[in-house]
Design a protein around this ligand. Sequence first.
Ligand SMILES: NC(=O)c1ccc[n+]([C@@H]2O[C@H](COP(=O)([O-])OP(=O)(O)OC[C@H]3O[C@@H](n4cnc5c(N)ncnc54)[C@H](OP(=O)(O)O)[C@@H]3O)[C@@H](O)[C@H]2O)c1
Length: 301
Amino acid sequence: MRTYIITGATSGLGLATARCLAQEPDTKVILAVRDTIRGRRIAAELGQHVEVVELDLSSLDNIDAFLSSWQGNITGLINNAGVQIINETRFTKKERFEETFAVNHLAALKLTMGLLAFLGGGRVLFIGSGTHNPNNRTAIIFGFRGAKFTSIRNCADGLNNTGSIRQLGIDRYATSKFLNMVTTVELARRIPPERVSFFCLDPGIMAGTGLARTAPAPLRFVWAHFLPFAMKFLPDASTPTRSGKAAARIVTSKALEKQTGTIFSFDCQPSTRVWKSVFDAEIGRRVVDDSLNLLTGKQHH
Ligand SMILES: NC(=O)c1ccc[n+]([C@@H]2O[C@H](COP(=O)([O-])OP(=O)(O)OC[C@H]3O[C@@H](n4cnc5c(N)ncnc54)[C@H](OP(=O)(O)O)[C@@H]3O)[C@@H](O)[C@H]2O)c1
């Protein structure tokens, strides 16, 4: 039996990916979610080899509890869960880390490192976004200005940029996605593929998902009801179903197994729209080392 863990599998891309993987033969799918009631409803719908485990990525204690209870080999880990917070600055309850950074980047790294021993020969998939790239024209239309990375400490403190609360929120989101992409490339540098392979998917714009939940009501309406149709013909536009298929393919396909460190587009081809800083070895070293130090308490306020 192959085992896949998907975080944030209760909606959008995570749910679509879980749906694809649940249809694979000899496959167990673990929905690692914070809303276990919803998770169990989805698991019942997806089939008998789908299980639910509680995982709130905004709590390092909760991640530790998940890690210490985990047993068994893992074929693939999909770090899908993500938030975009554009109406306020929110900090995690205990460590007081800015939440976009904490959930999207730090939690994904902690989970990955904590599960490495179970992932022998397996794959890890991070989810990036075209918003990380300051030169991405579609993202610019939506107000993105690319990642604004200065240091891990500044990200944790929510200090990495300036602007309106909305601008801060989308800058933090773009930065967190940049960190997901940098982490993929850096872990692939550090860890040989015989041990674990690392991939990233830029899923394109998937209008209609829960990602816009902190946006004002009119914008949420447009995101949910208008954009899925209006955007169909843009080159960056995808759907959760399409990108979910790509995510499932990246963690299962034999043909892609040798491509550790690759950032894929939702057509399952290596993305040609990645900002060059993602591949900067010095940034990669700082991002992973400083994040690991933050997690082990070696970097203080
Ligand atoms: N939509 C897009 O256009 C787009 C574009 C590029 C990249 N992405 C990326 O795609 C991924 C999925 O996003 P989506 O668009 O599918 O959004 P979504 O529908 O909002 O799904 C996000 C998932 O993350 C979960 N989550 C949020 N905070 C969590 C926490 N603290 N602990 C555990 N789970 C948590 C949510 O669970 P709850 O339901 O319990 O909140 C939900 O299941 C994200 O990484 C996002 O950055 C999306």
